[in-house]
Design a binder for this molecule. Structure first.
Ligand code: LLP
Length: 417
């Protein structure tokens, strides 16, 4: 379900007109629907209600404090990959014992920060990391709770940049190395093995790769048991895809049912790290048409948002539907929708058929709630856009638009210049 709909040919987010928000806050801006976020989170959680579970929302997909607070209020935890994401999670009021820390390159200060705050577990991705965690925990006189991230070597059949569970990917440890790491971890004084984790990739639109990975994990857990290593948490990562265009991914309820069926008995707490499936279709990027121009080969619609605001089309050739905020045009055009950034790779859509637009019109870049704002940058010294959340008939600016002053915050010119 998503709460972006047309009323009298004008796009609404819940009960607020999108163009009215644009008038108030200017463009471009990210816009999230509270009801959609809530609905998606609860639907996901419901899929696992029959077993002990913890839904650790993946902060990398959308880390705005208001979004994190909403999921905290619904009983969620957090999946983090950096000290910065831990800081956000704690600021949002998420209990540390509901936070899991993944990532291949945790720095010592980040590990210490996590241990000092008593997070649920660190998902270890290498032997050297295990050593560092042990050392760090010893210094802090703590016992570090860890899971080992296993790379199950299954093909998630998604974009190569976002597949993570293949042998050739940098993530996790292969089964053989993982057994050795478990044994080593078990023998470390300042480490307590409590879990196993895995994440195969993102925007996965079929169930088979998840089931495949889980079958392998199940076998692996039996191997561990035969070495007298038992676990309390099984972290299955995230990765469930959404509909951007024509994809028809499994509904969270189907995803949950298939996982529970594959697992059989569940003598542990399941940890899930969904990101995109919760926030992706709960957000849009609203942009204004600056100019239209006819090139020799093709037509261009030049808008005021760019690859620095939403990099997914440029980086992954990702498809985002583009809808007019007011459906009043007659006829359609086929054009590249491009931004002001000085790169040919700066496009939001290519050769896209959209309703006829004119300078000043508003366009909505759909399905932009995940990996939109969080991947944005200041390239070309463009201030980052604002983020807005709608709840019923009201809207709230949940992140102010950056100013020119913000752009130079922290910069200084040394005295010799
Ligand atoms: N857990 C781990 C360990 C992850 O690496 C990821 C995503 C997730 C959970 C959440 O995955 P999700 O449920 O959102 O698929 N920037 C790319 C996506 C990169 C995903 C990286 N890892 C994009 O815009 O498509």
């Amino acid at each position: 379900m998503n709460h972006f709909n047309y009323r009298n040919d004008h796009m609404y987010c819940e009960d607020v007109s999108v163009s009215e928000i644009a008038q108030e806050v200017g463009t471009p801006f990210y816009l999230y629907s509270h009801a959609t976020l809530r609905h998606h989170f609860l639907a996901f959680q419901k899929a696992f209600e029959d077993v002990p579970h913890l839904v650790c929302f993946s902060a990398k997909s959308n880390s705005n404090l208001a979004v994190l607070r909403l999921f905290r209020n619904l009983g969620g935890g957090l999946d983090i990959v950096s000290g910065g994401e831990l800081f956000r999670g704690l600021k949002a009021g998420i209990a540390p014992e509901r936070i899991v820390f993944s990532g291949v390159g945790k720095r010592e200060d980040e590990i210490a920060y996590a241990l000092e705050n008593g997070i649920l577990m660190l998902n270890v991705e290498s032997f050297q990391e295990l050593d560092l965690i042990d050392k760090c925990a010893g210094r802090l006189r703590k016992k570090a709770p860890v899971a080992i991230r296993v790379n199950p070597d299954v093909d998630p059949r998604t974009h190569p940049y976002i597949s993570t569970g293949l042998k050739k990917n940098k993530f996790g440890l292969n089964m053989e190395a993982a057994v050795e790491t478990y044994k080593a971890a078990d023998a470390r004084r300042h480490v307590e093995v409590i879990g196993i984790s895995c994440h195969i990739g993102s925007q996965v639109t079929e169930m088979a790769p998840f089931v495949d990975a889980l079958e392998r994990l199940k076998n692996f857990i039996s191997t561990l048991e035969s070495c007298d290593i038992s676990i309390k948490y099984l972290d299955l990562g995230g990765g469930l895809g959404i509909t951007y265009d024509q994809e028809s991914p499994p509904h969270p309820s189907e995803y949950g049912a298939a996982i529970l069926e594959t697992l059989g008995r569940v003598p542990f707490t399941l940890v899930l790290e969904p990101g995109r499936v919760i926030v992706g279709n709960a957000g849009i990027l609203v942009t204004r048409v600056l100019y239209t121009k006819q090139g020799e080969d093709k037509d261009f619609v030049i808008v005021d948002s760019a690859m620095n605001d939403l990099v997914r089309p440029s980086l992954y050739n990702a498809y985002h539907a583009i809808e007019p905020v007011a459906r009043d045009a007659e006829g359609t055009i086929k054009a590249d929708i491009v931004g002001p950034v000085c790169e040919s790779g700066d496009f939001l859509a290519r050769d896209r058929q959209i309703p006829h637009v004119e300078s000043g019109d508003l366009l909505a870049i759909m399905s932009a709630g995940a990996y939109g704002f969080t991947m944005s940058s200041n390239y070309n010294s463009r201030p980052r856009v604002c983020e807005v959340m709608v709840k019923e008939d009201r809207f709230f600016v949940i992140k102010a638009r950056e100013s020119y002053e913000d752009l130079i915050a922290g910069e200084s010119i040394p005295p010799f210049l």
